[in-house]
Design a protein around this ligand. Sequence first.
Ligand code: GSH
Length: 215
Amino acid sequence: MKLYYTPLKGLIHKVQVVAIEKGVYDDLEPRPCIPYEQWDKLAAANPLSKVPTLVLDDGTPIYGGHVIYEYLDSLKPEPRLFPTEGAARWVELTRLTLGDQLFDLSSQRQFEIDRPEDHIRNEYRDRIEAAIKRGLDRVNADCAGYEGLTVGQISIACALKYHDWQHEKGILPWDWREKRPAMQAWFDRFTDRPSFVPRDDEIETRPILPTKDRS
Ligand SMILES: N[C@@H](CCC(=O)N[C@@H](CS)C(=O)NCC(=O)O)C(=O)O
C-alpha cells in the first residue's frame, strides 16, 4: 500500500499510530508529498489532492482520514479500534470527528493568521479559536470516561500533539494544558506508547503554504 502524507519533523499523524497499533505499519510504502503544491500522483489518486491518501496494491484509492483508519482497522481483528456496532460506535465516531476538527481548525487558524496583517479577518480567527477552546474543554470534561485503545482517543491525542507542535513554533500562542489537568493526565497516559514516538525525524519538508518564515 502506498501512503501519501506530509511528514513534518516531530509531528505524529493518526495514520502512523493506527498502522503501528494494527501491526501493518511496515506494509505502508511512504510517499511524502506537500498537497498544497502540484503533486500529480496524489491528484491522480485523490482528485481532492489531500493527505492522507492510501493506494492499495491493486490501485484502489482510499481517502478521507476516517476511511483510511477504518480500512486499516479491518485488516486484522485485534486490537479493534472502531467499535463495530451499537451506541459505542457512534460515540467513538464522534470522538474521531472532534479530534479531526481540532486538528483541521488549528490549520485553518494558521492559514488565517498567515495572511498579510491587514487582511486577517479577526472575527473569523476568533470564531475558530472559540471553537477550538470549546472542543478542548469538552475533552477535559469527558476524558475521565475514556477507556481502552480507540480511534477516537487516537484522533484527539494526535490533534493535541499538533497543537503542541504549533505552540512550539509560536503559531498557537496558548498551551492547551492550561486549566485542563484531567486532560493532561489522560494525554500523558494515553500517548505513553511506542506508536506515539515520532518516526519522521529524518524527513524535512519545506513549510506548507504559510508565508511567514518560522525557521
Ligand atoms: N480531516 C481530514 C483532513 C484532510 C486535509 O484537509 N488534509 C490537508 C493537510 S492537513 C490537505 O491535504 N490539504 C490540502 C488542500 O486542502 O489542498 C482527513 O482526515 O482526511
